[in-house]
Design a protein around this ligand. Sequence first.
Ligand SMILES: *[C@@H]1O[C@H](CO)[C@@H](O)[C@H](O)[C@H]1NC(C)=O
Length: 311
Amino acid sequence: MTGRNQTVVSEFLLLGLPIEAEHRSLFCALFLAVYLSTVLGNLLIMVLICLDAHLHTPMYFFLSNLSFSDLCFSSVTMPKLLQNMQSQDPSIPYAGCLTQMYFFFFFGDLESFLLVAMAYDRYVAICFPLRYTTIMSPKLCLSLVVLCWLLTTLHAMLHTLLTARLCFCGDNVIPHFFCDLSALLKLSCSDTGVNVLVIFIIGGLIVVVPFLLILVSYALIFSSILKAPSAKGFCKAFSTCGSHLSVVSLFYGTVIALYLCPSAKNSTVKETVMAMMYTVVTPMLNPFIYSLRNRDMKGALGRFFFYCIAW
Ligand SMILES: *[C@@H]1O[C@H](CO)[C@@H](O)[C@H](O)[C@H]1NC(C)=O
């Protein structure tokens, strides 16, 4: 490293969002409101599920895990974004950047794996309603959650370690609002061939396999409903799967739109806006989707406020 004509980068500059200075405080207030509602909404779901005995079922344990991962996912990027918009000092230390990237992958993947676990749970609930409680035992639920954590740790570790071996010399401006892996690869002055290959293969697997598993479980659910069509079965399936399906479409819709659509000329702006969608909007909407559509959640919310007021 020494002796050669190369400066070692010790910090990066996050350019943030392409927002003009006069609109900055407006957007700052907007993002703060979004972040606060994400945190409060997801916390409320976790508290409700923890306190309300009616909600002690596998589906709600997974939902509570999903809320936890949403809360953390948006906390990986939002506080730093808000701080940068406020302070005009967009720097982030090298270690901070890698840490942010690690947790970004960690909670992003966790969300995707938990959605698969939830799809499996719905599949068992609708196709084997009588054996549901024996199949989805607490032990299996816990194993599924542990498996999600393991896989996501491995994936996040892999990308972080591969990025940590890269050299950065001189250019340290990231045209994004968080330490995005692809932006970091563009800045690096070492050979990024291995990284790109790993992103392509493992990244593809991490997105495509969960998505296919969810599709398969829904195909099985619909075929079992069609085999014995009844208004009651249809309603039950729709009421319990509707929220999950909305969250799945929201999550994979944005991810697929981001990675599969041909990028336009000003792709940085487009990428930033799409990244805003899944880092900011999706985690905020999940609690609303679940609590507004779901009768059990609404009941729990009512009981919760009733006890709060009575107390
Ligand atoms: C996650 O799910 C597991 C297994 O169902 C459950 O025991 C745990 O309480 C959940 N964690 C959170 C934070 O909700």
